[in-house]
Design a protein around this ligand. Structure first.
Ligand code: NAI
Ligand code: 13P
Length: 336
C-alpha cells in the first residue's frame, strides 16, 4: 500500500516486527519508542538488536518524539504492554490526526476495569470504536521478523477501516483476513495467553502431549464460552485468532507465556520466572482480569482459575491438575 503514513507505538519485539511488515507492504512507517538508543539503531542501522537480534529491518524512521511520529499518520499501531496502554495513550491523545485509524496489537485485558484493549484505546484516545481495529492471529514476532509466512485477522466494526489496515500490512509473507468480530478476536488473543501458561506449566512439570492436547481443546472451550457470553461470533474461535493462535502459542517455545508457564512447572517462583522470561508475558496479569470478567458474566473458566491460583495464590501445578480432573463428570458439549 504505497506511501500510506503509519506510526507504530512501541519498539519492542512485536512493534518493531509489525513496523517491518508495514514497511515491506509499502507504507511510510515511523516507529516510536521511549528508548533513544533503540530509535537511533532502527533509523540508522536498520536493526533492533535488543528485541530482534540478527534481523535486518527495511528502511523506516524511528523516534522518541510522539508528536513527530503521529503527525500525518493515517494508521497508528499500538504495541506496548496492555497494562500501561491507557496511561501512555492518554499522554499522546493531543497528537493524533482526526482521521487516524488506531490498531491494537495488544493481547491483554486491563486490570481493575476488565476492559478489552480496543475499549481502552477508544477511551484513552477519545475516538469511536469504529476507528479502532485489532490485529490478532498466530503471529510469533520472531518468525515473522524472519519473513516466514503467516496469516492474521484484522477486526474492526467498520469494514472499510478493517480493509484499510489489511491492505497496509499485506505483503509476500503476511496475509491478513478481515472480520467485524472485535470481541471474539480480542478475547481469543488475551485468553490464549492464559491457556499457554497452563500448557507451559504442564510441560514444565513433565506431562506429555495428551495433557497438552487436552488443555488446548478445553482451553478453546473456555475461550468460546466467555466469547459467546460477551456476544462474539462462534466461528471466530475456530479461525486464525482462535485455534490458530492457540496452536502457535501453546506449541512454540518462542511464546513468552508458554515459556513462563514452563519455568513455573519446573519449580520457579513467579518472580524468578518473570526474570528468566524477560519481555512481556501478558497472561500473568490478564489471567486475573479474564477470570474477573468471566465471574461477572457467570462463565465457568476452570483452567483460567487454576492458572490464577498457581501464579498468584500458591497452588502447586499438581494440585491444579488434581482439581481440574476431580470436577464433576459431564457431557462434552462445546460450551458446557
Ligand atoms: N511478541 C509477539 O510475538 C507478539 C506480541 N503481541 C502482543 O503485543 C504487545 C506488545 O508485546 P511485545 O512487543 O512482544 O513486548 P516487548 O516486551 O517485546 O516490548 C514492549 C515494548 O513496550 C515498551 N514499553 C513498556 N512500557 C512502556 C510504557 N509505559 N510506555 C511506552 N512504552 C513502553 C517497552 O520499552 C518495549 O519497547 C503485547 O500485548 C503482546 O501480547 C501480539 C502478538 C505477537
Ligand atoms: O501472541 C503471540 C503469538 O501469536 C505471542 O505470544 P507470547 O506473548 O506468549 O510470546
Amino acid at each position: 500500500m504505497s506511501g500510506v503514513r503509519a506510526a507504530v507505538l512501541g519498539s519492542g519485539s512485536w512493534g518493531t516486527t509489525f513496523a517491518m511488515v508495514m514497511a515491506d507492504a509499502g507504507c511510510d512507517v515511523t516507529l516510536w519508542g521511549r528508548d533513544e538508543a533503540v530509535a537511533r539503531e532502527v533509523a540508522e542501522q536498520h536493526s533492533n538488536t535488543k528485541y530482534l537480534p540478527g534481523v535486518e529491518l527495511p528502511p523506516m524512521s524511528a523516534t522518541t518524539d510522539a508528536a513527530a511520529a503521529l503527525a500525518g499518520a493515517r494508521i497508528v499501531v499500538v504495541a506496548i504492554p496492555s497494562q500501561v496502554s491507557r496511561v501512555t495513550l492518554e499522554g499522546l491523545r493531543e497528537h493524533l490526526e482526526p482521521d487516524a485509524v488506531v490498531v491494537s496489537l495488544m493481547k491483554g485485558v486491563e486490570l481493575s476495569t476488565d476492559k478489552r484493549m480496543s475499549q481502552v484505546v477508544s477511551e484513552a484516545l477519545d475516538i469511536p470504536l469504529e476507528r479502532v481495529a485489532v490485529v490478532s492471529g498466530p503471529n510469533l514476532a520472531k518468525e515473522i521478523a524472519a519473513r516466514q509466512p503467516t496469516a492474521t485477522v484484522v477486526a474492526c466494526p467498520d469494514e472499510d477501516n478493517a480493509r484499510l489496515v489489511a491492505e497496509a500490512c499485506s505483503n509476500t509473507y503476511f496475509r491478513p483476513y478481515t472480520n467485524t468480530d472485535v470481541v471474539g478476536v480480542e478475547l481469543c488473543g488475551a485468553v490464549k495467553n492464559v491457556i499457554a501458561l497452563a500448557i507451559g506449566m504442564a510441560q514444565g512439570r513433565g506431562f506429555g502431549w495428551n495433557t497438552t492436547a487436552t488443555v488446548i481443546t478445553r482451553g478453546l472451550v473456555e475461550i468460546t464460552r466467555l466469547g459467546r457470553a460477551l456476544g462474539a461470533q462462534p466461528e471466530t474461535f475456530a479461525g486464525l485468532a482462535g485455534m490458530g493462535d492457540l496452536v502457535a502459542t501453546c506449541a512454540s517455545p518462542l511464546s513468552r507465556n508458554h515459556t513462563l508457564g514452563k519455568h513455573i512447572g519446573q519449580g520457579m517462583t513467579l518472580d524468578e520466572a518473570l526474570v528468566a522470561t524477560g519481555t512481556t508475558a501478558e497472561g500473568v496479569k490478564s489471567s486475573r482480569s479474564v477470570l474477573e470478567l468471566a465471574e461477572k458474566h457467570g462463565v465457568d473458566m476452570p483452567i483460567t482459575a487454576g492458572v490464577v491460583a498457581v501464579l498468584h495464590e500458591g497452588l502447586s501445578v499438581e494440585e491444579m491438575a488434581r482439581a481440574l480432573l476431580s470436577r464433576p463428570q459431564k457431557a462434552e458439549g462445546v460450551v458446557s
